[in-house]
Design a protein around this ligand. Structure first.
Ligand SMILES: Cc1ncc(COP(=O)(O)O)c(C=O)c1O
Length: 426
């Protein structure tokens, strides 16, 4: 089990959690990017209670229920792209990615898929096979999946790179060595990517990368699928994270916040993809209560302008963290898109050697000071921030002040490492 510090939640409301002793914590995790509308939102609660009273469960694969059809149509309407679309429902992000992994070869007649090193797509066999994260490294599978480097401006393998634009050498790698050799383009169904690589360390690709990737895929007749499980539904300041690049997705996978806290995932995309196989079903996929949670979550996101709030609060966090970074010896990089942000800690700002132990100390110290955060990244040295999208300026400023204090303590060595021993983290 991944744990970071001895916290156990007894209750939660808005952007705060409370432990059994009644101590309140500012939650900068949003429960892994699930609590989009904050905890206990009255509109989500009322929708769930109503759904329970109407019909608390149903098996969508046996008979349709109105809510699921309405949600499918709403999600298809939200996804940009002038083509016939369809939606499929499951229960968790992993099964949504499993579903695309299974359907893509059947729909295209092409057997292979390209994904990215650092990508986290889930823990079922198919989604783990797509993943390039150390968490799934123990699973051997997916002989049809080729993993290529994700464009990381801070750790580019091809020389200086910036978020405003890059040389696209990594795409040359994909074109020449994946499509040109081990995953021949004519036998490749799709490329699957996170528009911001989350568990891989909150990596935001250079601005010109996704448009160039789309162009490359189009040239080879390869579909482009975005895993929006963690970064979708408003988190980046757009409804879908890939939208800031201006490209069109052939399909997206959704999960985490979709069901308003109840288990619900979706694949939304080209009709040809989702028409292919009726056997990709889960008994409780699209069950009435999670569907009601999803409709209410989308209602709240729209009614409360949470997509815009994510953009504004994300900028405020990014600026504040940037100022703190200017005074810190441990912070190598600060990055983010809306309310998914990463603070990468390094031993030495010149060599950029990762500082995972300092990241472990920092999240523990934050916990002691009343802020919940976790770390991510291939080296476990990136502080991940994915708060509920309802966070306001007061809480952002509270976080920044606690963060600077916790960082100062870690930098000054005011931390007893014995406290870390029971917590494995990633
Ligand atoms: C980008 C991404 N895709 C898929 C998943 C898997 O979702 P779940 O854990 O709900 O199965 C995760 C989980 O962290 C994720 O971050």
């Amino acid at each position: 089990m991944i744990r970071f510090y001895p916290f156990s939640a007894a209750s939660a409301r808005g952007v705060r959690m409370t432990d059994a002793d009644g101590r309140s914590y500012l939650d900068m995790t949003g429960s892994g990017g699930v609590a989009q509308t904050g905890y206990g939102h009255p509109r989500v609660r009322n929708a769930l209670v109503d759904a329970f009273d109407r019909q608390h469960t149903a098996m969508l694969c046996c008979h349709s229920n109105g809510g699921a059809t309405e949600l499918a149509e709403r999600l298809c309407g939200l996804l940009p792209g002038d083509f016939a679309k369809k939606a499929w429902f499951g229960t968790t992000g992993s099964d949504a990615n499993d579903c695309v992994a299974r359907l893509l070869p059947l729909a295209t007649g092409r057997r292979r898929i390209v994904s990215f090193v650092g990508g986290y797509h889930g823990t079922t066999s198919g989604s783990a096979a797509l993943s390039g994260h150390q968490a799934q490294a123990g699973v051997i599978g997916g002989g049809n999946v080729t993993k290529v480097p994700y464009p990381d401006p801070y750790r580019c393998l091809h020389g200086p790179c910036s978020r405003d634009g890059c040389s696209l050498k990594c795409l040359e790698h994909l074109d020449r060595y994946a499509f040109g050799a081990v995953s021949p383009a004519a036998d490749t169904a799709a490329v699957i990517i996170e528009a911001v690589q989350s568990d891989g360390g909150e990596v935001v690709p250079p601005a010109n990368f996704l448009p160039a990737l789309r162009e490359l895929c189009d040239r080879h007749g390869v579909w482009l699928v975005f895993d929006e499980v963690k970064v979708g539904l408003g988190r980046t300041g757009r409804m879908f994270a890939f939208e800031s690049s201006g490209v069109i997705a052939d399909a997206v996978t959704l999960g985490k916040p979709l069901g308003g806290g109840l288990p619900l995932s979706a694949v939304v995309g080209r009709r040809e993809l989702l028409d292919v196989d009726t056997f990709s079903l889960f008994t409780l996929g699209g069950s009435p209560m999670p569907v009601a949670g999803a409709m209410a979550t989308l209602d709240v996101i729209e009614a409360e302008g949470l997509v815009g709030n994510a953009a504004v609060m994300g900028r405020r966090l990014l600026e504040g963290l940037g100022e703190i970074a200017g005074r810190s010896r441990l912070i190598g990089d600060v990055r983010g898109s809306g309310l998914i942000l990463g603070v990468e800690l390094v031993v030495d700002q010149a060599t950029r050697e990762p500082a995972p132990i300092d990241a472990h100390r920092l999240v523990y110290r934050l916990y002691e000071l009343g802020v919940l955060a976790i770390y991510s990244g291939l080296a476990g040295n990136v502080i991940e921030l994915t708060p509920p999208l309802v966070i306001g300026g007061v809480e952002v400023d509270e976080f920044l002040s606690v963060f600077e204090r916790a960082l100062a303590d870690v930098e000054a060595g005011r931390f007893d490492d014995a406290k870390l021993a029971p917590y494995a983290g990633w």
